[in-house]
Each structure stands twice: as structure tokens, then as C-alpha cells.
Design a protein around this ligand. Structure first.
Ligand code: SAM
Length: 328
């Protein structure tokens, strides 16, 4: 069954679902962990894989054909390989992608490939061992770098590296990240720091704009070459390359630019809520439906409502849920 993607009230085709399979994580990134500690969702409130698959199957009726598995740290959840296998086999699904911190990727990359995973994004905010440990709370840079290497050997290409640039934390490393793209077919994407979840570590003074990062890279490597022709998998990134480089550099102007006009996604939180916009706390409770009636038509209708209520652009209202629960 292949259905055309449903359009929202603003003419955007919604064909992409980001699924948080857990709010647990093996890292404690200072900007992602609420200062008062994580309020973990009780296991009984986390959707089972069967429940998530029921939501994805309902989404297929509305033309949702791309799924990204995220968290929390998705590789922390038991049974993930079997789940990916089932997702990838659903008729009408064209892509199953994963976002991970990479700590356990080395052990799982080959199995993930065999299960049918299409693409991997790895979050990495520092290439220096001590700074990595300071940002994430774990001395695990070597495991992540090894995970990237093994994922490449397993055949994932291109691998995207997502780097949130935060003032006073890692802005001194943007050239190091850019340099990674010269010899390797990696796509390094610089993301602006967003006010999600914990507002205490976020403040406007720590947001480093994509323009600043670009200027710094160009000072070291010369003018960046814009890449022609946007591909759907570029998502909100605007892509460039250093002259002669094997890889590419992307900028996600989440704060300084407008990524809303092209937004094609819904999110499913680990505790079973459909969220039309990362920045808005408007949510639709699909878990109750799944656990009370489990009727496909009603789940489709709820997804339709969520699509209809997708805000035209980010609201100024604060978003209270931490990224780990929403699914970053
Ligand atoms: N554990 C997985 C990982 O590390 O990729 C998936 C979840 S993590 C919440 C997803 C992404 O959200 C990471 O790249 C993280 O850096 C990013 N993130 C978290 N809080 C953010 C914020 N306030 N602004 C920008 N990106 C953020």
C-alpha cells in the first residue's frame, strides 16, 4: 500500500514520523538533561514495539513512509534490532533511519544494517576526549569514533554527524569537525542550540549562529561550495562542501533561519503522544487509544487531527518536555 502524503493546512506534505523508543540514555549531556535530574517515564507508560508498529501502520494510510528511530538513546532499548526489522518490512515504508549517540554503535552496526536500517545520524559534540566527557558525563569518545568506523564498514553511507554548537562549550572545535569531511564521505551538520526542555543551560547568549560557524570554517578552508539540488533526506539542512572534500557540511538554522516552512514531520513520544511540532507542547494521546480500543481507523483519525493542528511555525510558548522524552 503506497498512499500519497497528507498535506497540512499550510500545504506541507507530512510523510515523516520520528519515533522515540525510550527516554533512557547512557549519556547525560548537560544541555539535554534537566538540572533537577531526569524524571524517567515508568516502563508501563512506554509504548511497546507492537504499539509503535500499530501507529506506524496507521501512518502508512496517510502517506507517512519515512520513520526515524530516536530517544533517549534508542540503542539502549532491548529488542531494537527485531523492531527495526519489522519496521523496514512494512509495505509502503521507504526509509527507516536512526539517530544515536554512537556509544554502542560498534557492537550493533552490522546487525542494524542486516535488519534493514537505511541511514544513521550520530550525535557528536566534541572531538576532544576531555571536552566530550565534560559535555556528556561519560568518557566515551573512543567508543563513538569506533562506532562511526564500524558503521562505515557495515555499509552505511553517508553517515551524518550532528553537532550542536554551544557557546562556551565547543565552538572552538568547528574547524576540527569541518576537517573530518575532507578525507571521509561524512556529512557534518552544525545545529543551532534550541530552547527545548531545560531552559537553565539554554540562554540566547549560548546560541552560535550557523553564519558564525560558516565564517569560521571559510576562514580556515576557503569559500564553501553550495551543493546543487536539495534532496528530501537533507531535511532542514542547507549543504555545502569544502573544495575537493569527500564529505559535506550542513547547517541547520533552527534559531536564526526558518526551517518550519519545509517541516514534513510528526513525532511520537516514548510515552505514546503524537506531537505535531518539537517546539509546541500540543500533543495527542495515542497510547490511550491503543490501550483502550486499538482500532486502526481511530488511530488514523488521531494522526489526521495532529496533521491538521500542525502549527505554521514555531510558537513562542515554552516547550517543557525534555528532548530525551520527545525524541530529538
Ligand atoms: N540519543 C540519541 C542521540 O544522541 O542522537 C537521540 C536523542 S538526542 C535527544 C537527539 C539529538 O538532539 C542530539 O543530537 C542532541 O544533541 C540534540 N539536542 C538535544 N537538545 C538539544 C537542544 N537544546 N538544541 C539542539 N539540539 C539538541
Amino acid at each position: 500500500m503506497v498512499c500519497a502524503a497528507r498535506k497540512d493546512a499550510n500545504g506541507r506534505s507530512i510523510n515523516y514520523l520520528r519515533v522515540s523508543v525510550t527516554d533512557r540514555c547512557n549519556l547525560r549531556c548537560f544541555y539535554c538533561t534537566p538540572v533537577h535530574g531526569l524524571n524517567l517515564i515508568p516502563h508501563s507508560e512506554i509504548l511497546s514495539y507492537e504499539e509503535i508498529l500499530a501507529v506506524v501502520e496507521a501512518g502508512l494510510n496517510l502517506g507517512i513512509n519515512k520513520v526515524r528511530v530516536t530517544g533517549g538513546e534508542p540503542l539502549m532499548r532491548r529488542g531494537l534490532i527485531g523492531f527495526i526489522e519489522k519496521l523496514a518490512r512494512l509495505e509502503g515504508i521507504s526509509e527507516v533511519a536512526l539517530t544515536t549517540n554512537g556509544v554502542n554503535l560498534g557492537q550493533m552496526a552490522h546487525e542494524l544494517k542486516a535488519a534493514g536500517l537505511s541511514r544513521i545520524n550520530i550525535s557528536l559534540d566534541s572531538l576532544k576526549r576531555q571536552a566530550f566527557a565534560r559535555i556528556t558525563g561519560l568518557d566515551a569518545l573512543d567508543s563513538v569514533l569506533e562506532g562511526i568506523k564500524i558503521a562505515q564498514q557495515a555499509g552505511f553511507e553517508p553517515i551524518k554527524i550532528n553537532t550542536v554548537v554551544i557557546g562556551g562549550s565547543n565552538e572552538d572545535q568547528v574547524e576540527d569537525f569541518a576537517r573530518l569531511t575532507i578525507d571521509k564521505p561524512l556529512e557534518v551538520r552544525f545545529i543551532e542550540f534550541m530552547p527545548v526542555g531545560d531552559k537553565i543551560s539554554w540562554n540566547p547568549g549560548r546560541v552560535i549562529s550557523a553564519a558564525w560557524v560558516r565564517e569560521r570554517i571559510e576562514r580556515s578552508f576557503g569559500p564553501l561550495k553550495p551543493l546543487q539540488g536539495r534532496k528530501p533526506q537533507d531535511g532542514p539542512a542547507i549543504r555545502f562542501s569544502i573544495e575537493g572534500a569527500k564529505g559535506t557540511i550542513g547547517f541547520i538554522n533552527a534559531m536564526s533561519g526558518h526551517t518550519c516552512a519545509d517541516c514534513n514531520r510528526l513525532r511520537l513520544t516514548a510515552d505514546g503522544h503524537i506531537r505535531p511540532c518539537l517546539f509546541s507542547d500540543l500533543e495527542f494521546d495515542v497510547k490511550n487509544l491503543l490501550r483502550q480500543v486499538a482500532d486502526r481507523e481511530q488511530i488514523v483519525a488521531l494522526l489526521e487531527q495532529a496533521i491538521a493542528k500542525k502549527p505554521a511555525s514555531r510558537t513562542a510558548a515554552p516547550c517543557r518536555r525534555p528532548m530525551s522524552a520527545i525524541g530529538g
